[in-house]
Design a protein around this ligand. Structure first.
Ligand code: AMP
Ligand code: ZN
Length: 465
């Protein structure tokens, strides 16, 4: 069986994945807070973990991998959008407007990520569907001495009660306080303590609890949902590296204190950030564009996916138009090469090997380039599909124009044969310049002619031939 190695943030090194149960490899990814369209940065973990999911399914079998990605549907930002709608005169209660917002955002998210070729996870738990499990976990943490209620509707986790706090990011509690904006509040026994439960107003979503009507803090949902779905221990937990502290440190503290007999997640995988001019793309900085913006501008989802895969997930990356143009040209070429080709029975060993080495997608793509010839088109097709590329679903953009250039290849070949005899190359030159003008790369060798449509390919200009 293929050995998969992954970089574990917790141990700061590459580790062989040794599943707790190879018949059910379990992967949990922190998903979006559903208050608005996903920006391009939010799509990076989705594509990265989709490749991991596909690789795991390839190695362990389609039915032997369980992938969960949550929706955070309780949050101040969601409430704020509902309040704004209400103030603008929208009908319905605030609670109904909150629900309307989360429903529409979830459907946008699934549609946008689907256009990037991401498979839907097996579980997509919503925080609001797991409130009883969160309350039970909080009660358990209080009973075990790891959390305390302040008597005014809040419950806080006592960070000092968990000696390994900070181990994931390798930082001391003092460093973390210095590096982050830690809210100091009167009800905290220690500034690092974080909220597990807080009061809610009558109009906003809230649930009855032993600490009165309220709602959960953000971190408890992933601990409660992953436990409900996966139990005390599971294999891989993922997310962007912006979540390492405080979110993931807090998840670990909650889960390990509530279920000390388990390990929570064995391997922690973090993707680096998508950047804009050296800064993390984020809603709060305002330097973002959404996945939908790009799709609407005519960038096919498959092109966006290929651009992502060119950079290793642990390296920061920028989105550039130049990268998109190159990716489009590559995909057009690969799609022409594989048209009408029956896929090979299995992906190329070198592609699987690259992916198994800590998801070396750039290395896997280099192997695909090596397979991009007529003789190995069947291998190219199967291997690209392992990366979620060249699938039928993602291909409609490439069918917009007629990319079958074989007719022009024959015509140019015949014109050249004739020109060799007559020594008159005028027709050959005319054909070539028309093709180049239409954005086609012309490759001529002794044995034949190969025409490759480039990113600026314009089929209508071929009418001149
Ligand atoms: P959020 O809705 O902000 O909690 O983010 C959802 C997911 O997107 C999390 O896994 C974040 O780590 C990830 N994320 C947010 N911004 C970026 C970015 N600029 N690049 C890569 N991942 C990001
Ligand atoms: Zn989480």
């Amino acid at each position: 069986m293929t050995t998969i190695k992954l970089h574990n943030t917790r141990t700061r090194g590459k580790e062989v994945l040794d599943p707790l149960n190879p018949d059910d490899v379990r992967l949990y990814l922190c998903g979006p807070t559903v208050y608005d369209r996903a920006h391009l940065g939010n799509a990076r973990p989705v594509v990265v973990f989709d490749v991991l999911y596909r690789l795991l399914r390839h190695v362990y079998g389609t039915n032997h991998v369980t992938y969960a990605r949550n929706f955070t549907d309780v949050d101040d930002k969601i409430n704020a959008t509902a309040l704004a709608r209400k103030e603008a005169g929208a009908p319905g209660t605030l609670e109904e407007l909150v629900q309307e917002r989360t429903e529409e955002t979830i459907s946008w998210y699934l549609a946008d990520m689907g256009e990037l070729g991401a498979l839907e996870p097996d579980h997509m738990p919503r925080a609001t569907a797991y409130i009883p499990q969160m309350i039970a976990m909080i009660e358990d943490l209080i009973a075990k001495g790891h959390a305390y209620a302040d008597g005014a509707g809040h419950v806080l986790f006592s960070v000092k009660s968990y000696k390994d706090y900070g181990a994931l990011s390798g930082r001391s509690v003092d460093d973390m306080i210095a590096g982050a904006r830690v809210e100091v509040a009167d009800n905290k026994r220690d500034p690092m303590d974080f909220v597990l439960w807080k009061p809610s107003t009558d109009e906003l979503p809230g649930w009855d609890s032993p600490w009165d009507r309220g709602r959960p803090g953000w971190h408890i949902e992933c601990s409660a949902m992953s436990h409900e779905l996966f139990g005390d221990s599971f294999d891989i937990h993922g997310g962007g590296n912006d979540l390492m502290f405080p979110h993931h440190e807090n998840e670990i503290a909650q889960s390990c204190c509530a279920h000390p007999e388990g390990d929570f997640a064995k391997i922690w995988l973090h993707n680096e950030m998508l950047q804009v001019e050296g800064k993390k793309m984020s809603k709060s900085l305002g330097n973002f564009f959404t996945v939908r913006d790009l799709l609407d501008q005519g960038y096919p989802g498959e092109v966006i996916r290929l651009v992502f895969l060119q950079t290793h997930y642990r390296k920061p990356m920028d989105w550039t138009d130049k990268k998109a143009k190159e990716a489009e040209a590559t995909l057009r070429k690969w799609r022409v090469l594989t048209t009408g080709i029956e896929p090979a029975p299995t992906a190329a060993a070198a592609v699987i090997e690259a992916l198994s080495d800590d998801l070396n997608t750039a290395g896997a793509l280099a192997e695909l380039h090596k397979l991009a010839s007529t003789e190995t088109a069947a291998d190219l097709l199967t291997s690209a599909r392992l990366l979620g590329l060249l699938t039928d679903d993602l291909g409609t953009w490439a069918q917009d124009e007629d990319h079958d250039l074989s007719h022009y290849e024959n015509k140019l070949f015949e014109a050249r044969q004739l020109a060799m005899e007559t020594k008159n190359f005028a027709e050959v030159d005319r054909l070539k310049s028309t093709l180049v003008d239409a954005g086609v790369e012309v490759r001529m060798s002794k044995t034949g002619v190969e025409l490759v449509p480039g990113p600026s390919f314009d089929a209508s200009k071929l009418d001149a031939i």
